[in-house]
Write a protein that binds this ligand. Sequence first.
Ligand code: ATP
Length: 543
Amino acid sequence: MSDQPKSMDEIMALCKRRGFIFQASEIYGGIQGFWDYGPLGAQLKKNLRDAWWDDVVMTGCRGQAGPDGQPIRIVPVDSCIIQNPKVWEASGHLAGFADPMRKCPGCGHFVRADHLWDLLAESSVWFNDLIQVFDPHTGGIDSPRLLQWAKSKGKRLAPNLALVRQPEVTLSWLATRVQGQPGVPPDMKELTRYIATEQLHETGLQEPCPRCGAPLGEPAPFKLMFESYAGLTQDEDNKVYLRPETAQGIFINYKNVLDSTRVKVPFGIAQTGKAFRNEVTPRNFTFRSREFEQMEIEFFCHPDESRKWYEFWRDWRMNWWESLGLAGVNLQLREHDADELAHYAKTGAGTSDIEYRFPFTAPGFGELEGVADRTDFDLRQHMEHSGAKLEYFDQERNERYLPHVIEPSAGLDRGVLAAICEAFTPDPDRPSKVYMKFHPRLSPIKAAVFPLVKKDGMPEVGEKLRAELVRRFGRLGSIDFDEKQSIGKRYARMDEAGCPFCFTIDGDTMQDQTVTVRHRDTLAQDRIALDAVLAYLGEKLGL
Ligand code: ATP
């Protein structure tokens, strides 16, 4: 397999062409940070959500025992998107859930402070043009060429960049302060800061706007929660927030769950649902959206046992993603460094990310799921803010305590995107030039039935087989039926949709009651008995 990252443009084009993912409000020009799922995408997303639900909730980690040797108990909830705003006060989101933002005084553009260098490299037109002018052989600084750029292209591409507004002054800073060394690649961050700075002594080094080059303002917090009003008057008293995570809906129902079921610590509560964040720079397709879906588990355990449960969940979740076909080399488990720990995580408590190498992050990785030991932070906060008693009386230990919580928090949309990127397999030898190698469990179309020609009784046999397959497998995905076009075109369509098996009815079927099974990944064609198709597909789908 080639080491070249797959082309995100090609992946996005296929998603639109075949109905996986569309831009939201597309006919009105779209809306940034929002995406809709089409027929194939909606089923793919449901299959991933169902896989999580079945494996985590219904079967308690597929029936595996926990580190205490006991079955794992998980129960579901489905809480509201809008809650009493005090929930967000207690959780810390109202005070702290903000990204550091920098405003551009030149064009009014907002830039997320911690994304600046990525944005320059990924999407700034002027930056990508200017780096061609830096010369690695002289350590980057080629004043005459930079001057020429500033007076020509620079004027159009980065009108507010110091290098463009005051080229002589800026270049003189550069020449005296930055000592380029021949043969050493330039330190682009340092050079960029100099060319963004007009008055070095007054302002210190500046950093430029990726759009127009003006020096960016100081970082200021930008609230990430969407606001609305519940009630007739649109005033502070009626202000509400769209949840930025599903986790808090679990914590606030923890006592209800304990009182209404027979669960005992250790146990987990799981929930899937929409979350909303007014992300400053939504980008990379659905990876960073403003509306997205999470799949979260809060697992409550005795404080002394949090480490072993943390390790259990971290490893189990990693294996789970692998079991759905995300290749080992594209997945990594990354333990956080101490300075990355979130406000709730105690020093020494585990926090790790399960990351996938997306084409747009390669060779780096992007977060799919976070697994964190949240200690008793959330329950304690809600206990203090609400006055409710959330301590747990453990009859076996004869002890009262506030449980600690391990949180595996996964993004469904990021999971779908990873599955799509992983499945996307260029193959110049196929008519479709590409096929989607989904794990059969995730494939939105589970099988296709193709009568070779529309006569000689083949459509009737095919229709009967289709009806049987729908009855047995229809709840897992669709069963395609197509009797038009050449068989090659029909296979090509299924390859792009990621359908793992096509069953073709031909002249021989009418004689000997066998069909051809065509395998998406190997292109192999086997002959099996017509009445064995159901059992065959069931086995391949792992049922
Ligand atoms: P990031 O650092 O990428 O912003 P995060 O650490 O803030 O993510 P969490 O708060 O831990 O994310 O949310 C849990 C999961 O929810 C993430 O692992 C990710 O899969 C998903 N998620 C978070 N923000 C977004 C988003 N804007 N769009 C899509 N999925 C998201």
